[in-house]
Ligand binder design. Structure first.
Ligand code: NAP
Length: 227
């Protein structure tokens, strides 16, 4: 079975590298036209930059929205700052709400839309010094469920994917080699996830094969969060 996204336009954040780059590539391989603004075109840390982008591109009509951009700034409860909390929430959650607000009016009008939010295994379990990150990814779940209820009648399906560990720059920055080895040994399927593991579920959820899945947080983690 081939997933066919021909004639669809997708808007993807965080597509410059890592998981987002793989999602962009996969959607294009399925035939979609992908719009993926770089940070210099739309800085998700800045509400004003997002507003400016959509003021400039006020006629943007898309069928699919993928929010993959994310940051993970580590801090424990004694060291956490307002700046860390605000920046992590701005990029991971607030920007997604802001962008869907712009993109959803056309989706509602044509009664068709697919949205996928890239969450994290840290929305299911957590780890020390992931306070802002874990909280933001849990907030993303609340946002996703509320929109699923509101826009289900308009045939807009929204879901979240919780990737397990993927060897991207984010993982290399935040985990030591020893931690990586220990985690790998505790994953039931015995390996980290690949970018493609995540991208293929995104493509499925955005395709016509998905007619009924909405409001769900789906883990792609080799069974890590079962333990
Ligand atoms: N890697 C994992 O193991 C893992 C596990 C669970 C969940 N996730 C989630 O998967 C998503 C992608 O993670 P990744 O590992 O691929 O991360 P990554 O390699 O660090 O890539 C992060 C992406 O987000 C973009 N981004 C960050 N801040 C931005 C900003 N202010 N404005 C615009 N773009 C911004 C980056 O753009 P620039 O190139 O401009 O910085 C980049 O495209 C994230 O939401 C992450 O939380 C990752």
């Amino acid at each position: 079975m081939e997933l066919n996204l021909k004639g669809k336009t997708a808007f993807v954040t965080g597509a410059s590298r890592g998981i987002g780059a793989s999602i962009k590539r996969t959607l294009e391989e399925c035939g979609a036209n992908v719009i993926a603004p770089t940070r210099s075109e739309m800085d998700l840390l800045s509400k004003e930059s997002i507003k400016k982008y959509f003021d400039k591109n006020n006629n943007l009509k898309v069928d699919i929205f993928i929010h993959c951009a994310g940051i993970n700034l580590l801090a424990g409860i004694q060291e956490i700052s307002d700046e860390i909390i605000e920046n992590v929430f701005q990029v991971n959650v607030y920007s997604a709400i802001q962008i869907l607000k712009y993109l959803s009016s056309d989706m509602v009008e044509k009664k068709n839309g697919k949205v996928v939010l890239v969450s994290s295994l840290y929305s299911i379990v957590s780890r020390e010094r992931r306070i802002a990150y874990s909280a933001s990814k849990n907030a993303l779940t609340g946002f996703m469920k509320s929109v699923a209820i509101e826009l289900g009648k308009d045939n807009i399906l929204i879901n979240s994917i919780a990737p397990g560990y993927v060897m991207t720059e984010m993982t290399k920055k935040n985990l030591s080699e020893e931690e990586i080895k220990n985690i790998e040994n505790s994953i039931p399927t015995g390996r980290f996830q690949t970018e493609e593991d995540i991208a293929s579920l995104v493509a499925f959820l955005c395709s016509d094969y998905n007619q009924s899945i909405t409001g769900q947080l789906i883990a792609v983690d080799g069974g890590f969060t079962c333990k």
